[in-house]
Design a binder for this molecule. Structure first.
Ligand SMILES: [Zn+2]
Length: 71
């Protein structure tokens, strides 16, 4: 589906998202402006919003918090 770039008004094209299925990429296609490179996502591709990852503190961060509370 061609659309107009919301950033520059140029022509956009739908491209396959190379990151789809990896990490947090939930969009199979992205709309990219061939003029300025502005990218937006196709909302219809969203299968499910990724659950916000539970923030897990690594040992280093835990140590940092401990350290910060000492002073
Ligand atoms: Zn553009």
């Amino acid at each position: 589906m061609a659309a107009i770039c919301e950033a520059c008004g140029g022509r956009t094209e739908e491209v396959t998202n190379p990151y789809f299925g990896k990490a947090l990429a939930v969009h199979e296609h992205v709309i990219m402006c061939s003029q300025c490179g502005h990218v937006r996502f196709e909302e219809r591709d969203v299968v499910r919003a990724p659950a916000v990852a539970v923030k897990r503190e690594g040992p280093l961060l835990r140590f940092w918090h401990w350290f910060a509370h000492q002073s």
